[in-house]
Design a protein around this ligand. Sequence first.
Ligand code: TYD
Length: 206
Amino acid sequence: MPGLFITFEGGDGSGKSTQSALLAERLRGLGHEVVLAREPGGTELGVEIRHLVQHRRGHVAPRAEALLYAADRAHHVATVVRPALERGAVVVQDRYLDSSIAYQGAGRELDPEEVRDLSLWAAEGLLPDVTFLLDLDPAASRERLGATERVYDRLEEEGGDFPTRVREKYLGLAAAEPERFTVLDAALPAEALADAVAARVLPLLG
Ligand code: TYD
């Protein structure tokens, strides 16, 4: 496809939305068509799915949760991401399938390989050209977030080391696919991160 698909990954509070917005702004300034996207909830249907999976009180079975994220992804890729890439746009996205592998895979009940296969089926095999992992110590992210209710719900449900397991899963994914992933220290100032991101992306746009 003629476009470029860039994703940002990392734990909650790692600065993904800030960095995706900064990259989108920089690329637009250079005259590129940029679609700034997010998962979950990048479409109208996705907003409903996000609500279902995140704000529902009570337990959601792990396979149901994985399928809901995959359903959100399937619709988002088919209606937003793929059409944008086909017309040559740059898609800058906050979270994609690596989030499913890291989060649903860190829940202990699901095999990360199966979660990856499910997502790839949902997305008809679409992988990002470049993925930035904003890596941050969970203690630092908790401080940044001020420990929101949702994070706490999750911690209670999954046990206190869930953010550490997510981080380890992400680092394992990055090590397994070094040509796709760039790991950045999310504790760096936002401007320094934005420069490192641009240094990786700009050469790909000619
Ligand atoms: P949200 O508030 O939408 O965004 P963020 O925290 O990135 O600002 O919450 C996203 C949450 O959903 C986050 O805790 C990670 C989780 N998630 C999954 O568990 N699996 C997935 O496939 C995706 C995309 C997100």
